[in-house]
Design a protein around this ligand. Structure first.
Ligand code: GLC
Ligand code: CA
Length: 555
């Protein structure tokens, strides 16, 4: 297997709005990030992915961009950005920008022009269609509730928005659009950024006839209908030639709706497209079909089957990215672990072990390294995320699919805002995030779960992550070894091996709060511990795994 720096890296994702506020306006900002580079260096990560910092009306917190070459007012200035970039590089940290080019903001000058008339030079930058029988052109739904089309009186046509009404989809079939995007990317590379995380890049190429799709609980087809469209690979190869080859970049495509076969093309090892993709099958493991609004718990066997399919399926062909969390997902310790006082620490460490020992590039989402948890939101007014708010209105008030109590339960479990509350720096007011009023509530558990407390405790989740990250840097087998699943039928234990030449690791994770017995394979009974979330004990043939116990041993 080809060795590459981006395979050996550990990426940390910052959601700037919630990381650190430097000027007391209640909103995290670039200077706040610059202040905290020592912290990131201490954790050991070497790549930083920043959620969008560009000029934006903030309908979707920066994922609706009105100027790709300017900084959002609340976050600071371009000078602040340059200082942050320099500070990152001085700390040995590369910077990955969020590239949001499936759509722009409706306040982007291109869209403002496009809307004016059917013969405006920018008309074809977006996807306009006449209605069908007085209704939307097809049955696609927006990711954020309602139809994916908005009627515009001015020209008596609809424009497509797979996300909010304020996020019109760009028309990638127009070569001018592609050139604008490529020029903009080159401008950022010239500035010295090191790569891109590409927002819903799997959706950029739509079938020309925009066919209807099967409908979900709210009566619309999924926003994922256009996934892996007819020209997506061609466009990414063009991007590779015109942009990505101009620097030594790291690229990851957010590929909603990606299949294993498609991922082999996006993340192909001949490096003609992207380095790796985010796939989402394991994020749907606790969904109800295509509906994420449920409090169903996952079955561990399903999780193992999915992750094993991706581990084995991409081996030697492409490259995985490894994640439990990001700004669109609830907190993993509350979702796949156990956030009760008793098991919070061990289960957070167990999840970390399980993921960080796999093959692929690991991503740590801000606060995950502290075991930050889901948030006890009490009313719909507590939410800021348009996905959560729209879903509540649609499914409770308009369509009465769920009662308010049911939906609040689902939101507390799955809302994206669980990941977006202020980063917990210490036990002072507002968790040390801001001296002002935070834009979204602080999780009340900040007095116990925060950086200050964890840095003072050698047994903390933080130091456990630090150790996992260090191990990956020291041991090639963790990066490049092949993966093999053990005990596929166990409902409690996730165990697997990694193999590189003569070397071999055994990774054991108990996903349950009860003791479970496991037979340790013979070849590992004399092995040495690399890490464990409990006090270690001698390896034996039959081991009673303690609640959420996990360890890694090396033959
Ligand atoms: C991606 C982002 C998400 C955003 C959406 C629209 O899924 O991760 O936060 O809302 O795209 O840009
Ligand atoms: Ca601020």
């Amino acid at each position: 297997m080809e060795k590459r720096w981006w395979k050996e890296s550990i990426v940390y994702q910052i959601y700037p709005r919630s990381f650190k506020d430097s000027n007391g306006d209640g909103i995290g900002d670039l200077n706040g990030i610059t202040e905290k580079m020592d912290y990131l260096q201490k954790l050991g990560i070497n790549v930083l992915w920043l959620s969008p910092v560009y000029k934006s009306p903030n309908d979707d917190n920066g994922y609706d961009i009105s100027n790709y070459q300017a900084i959002m007012d609340e976050f600071g200035t371009m000078e602040d950005f340059d200082r942050m970039l320099t500070a990152a590089h001085e700390h040995g940290i590369k910077l990955v920008m969020d590239l949001v080019v499936n759509h722009t903001s409706d306040e982007h000058p291109w869209f403002i022009e496009s809307q004016k008339s059917v013969d405006n030079p920018y008309r074809d930058y977006y996807i306009w269609r006449p209605g069908k029988d007085g209704k939307e052109p097809n049955n696609w739904g927006s990711c954020f509730s309602g139809p994916a089309w908005k009627y515009d009186e001015k020209t008596d046509m609809y424009y497509l928005h797979l996300f909010s009404k304020k996020q019109p989809d760009l028309n990638w079939d127009n070569p001018k659009v592609r050139q604008e995007v490529f020029d903009m990317m080159n401008w950022w590379l010239d500035k010295g950024v090191d790569g891109f995380r590409m927002d819903v890049i799997s959706l950029i190429s739509k079938k020309p006839d925009l066919p209807d799709g099967p409908v979900g609980i709210n009566g619309y087809a999924s926003f994922n209908e256009p996934a892996n469209g007819p020209h997506v690979h061609e466009y990414l190869q063009e991007m590779r030639e015109k942009v990505l080859n101009n620097a030594d970049t790291i690229t990851v495509g957010e590929c909603s709706g990606v299949t294993l076969e498609e991922a082999k093309k996006y993340a192909r090892s001949d490096e003609k497209e992207l380095n790796m993709v985010f796939q989402f099958e394991h994020m749907d493991v606790d969904a109800d079909g295509t509906n994420k609004w449920t409090d169903k718990k996952m079955d561990l066997r399903d999780l193992k089957e999915i992750l094993t399919k991706w581990q084995k399926g991409l081996e030697d062909i492409a490259w995985n990215s490894l994640f439990w969390e990001n700004h669109d997902q609830p907190r993993s310790v509350s979702r796949f672990g156990n956030d009760s006082r008793e098991y919070h620490d061990v289960s957070a460490k167990m999840l970390a072990t399980c993921l960080h020992m796999m093959q692929g590039t690991p991503y740590v989402y801000q606060g995950q390294e502290l075991g930050m948890t889901n948030v006890p939101f009490t009313s719909v007014e507590d939410f800021r995320d348009l996905d959560s708010i729209n879903a509540y209105h649609e499914l409770v008030e308009e369509q009465e699919v769920f009662t308010s109590e049911e939906m609040m339960g689902y939101l507390r479990y799955k809302s994206r805002d669980n990941a977006r509350t202020p980063f917990q720096w210490d036990d002072s007011e507002n968790a040390g995030f801001t001296t002002g009023t935070p834009w979204i509530m602080v999780n009340p558990n900040y007095k116990e779960i925060n950086v200050k407390a964890e840095l003072e405790n050698p047994d903390s989740i933080f130091y456990y992550y630090q150790k996992l990250i260090q191990l990956r840097k020291e041991k090639e087998i963790i990066v490049y070894g092949s993966y093999d699943l053990l005990l596929p039928d166990s409902k409690e234990i996730y165990a697997y091996t990694r193999t590189l030449g003569e070397e071999k690791l055994l990774v054991v994770c108990n996903f349950s709060e009860t003791e479970v017995e496991m037979e340790i394979p013979k070849e590992f009974r004399n092995a040495d511990y690399l890490i464990s979330n409990y006090e270690t004990r001698p390896l034996e043939k039959i081991m009673a795994l303690r609640p959420y116990e996990s360890f890694v041993v090396e033959k």
